[in-house]
Design a protein around this ligand. Sequence first.
Ligand SMILES: [Mg+2]
Ligand SMILES: [Zn+2]
Length: 188
Amino acid sequence: MTPAVFIDRDGTMIQDVGYLSRAADITWYPWTIDAIRLLNRAGFVVCVTTNQGGIGLGHTTEAFVRETHAGMARVLGDAGARVDGWYYCPHHPDAIVPALKIDCACRKPGRGMIDQALADHAIDLAKSFTIGDKAIDVALGTGVGARGILVRTGYGEAQLEKFGGAMPGAAYVADDLMSAVSWILRSS
Ligand SMILES: [Mg+2]
Ligand SMILES: [Zn+2]
């Protein structure tokens, strides 16, 4: 059983541009690849867990999301870093695609994507972490008995303000993904 880190994509690994639908709009934060490489070296299973309701809403396609993740995996691989599992939720309560307008288990803060990762890897949730820029990313972690970390990038700062400066349930509030990873390495 291995500890895992479940990382949100938009606003955490890359800039949140709304509904990403063009490869040209993928902008990595400069520390992301180094942060993931550190987690690889420390022996964590690294998973990406991203709500992509834009698929259901018709702003982007499942093919584009898959291409984006394949492209990101190539960039990571070229730099000696690795994501062990890419998980996305294509559903949305207001989806225009009927099959995707369902009350699914995988839309964060639901735990469905973590359950998918558990099927793929032997993960010790009690020693695992979630990292993301929204309350749902923290709730994803606390909901499964892991520790949730909020980053201030993306929507993080606004989310903190919304909750009066303290994120309920968060084990830590980090400036960005690199500082979240540093904290994980210190506290594991
Ligand atoms: Mg996000
Ligand atoms: Zn879903």
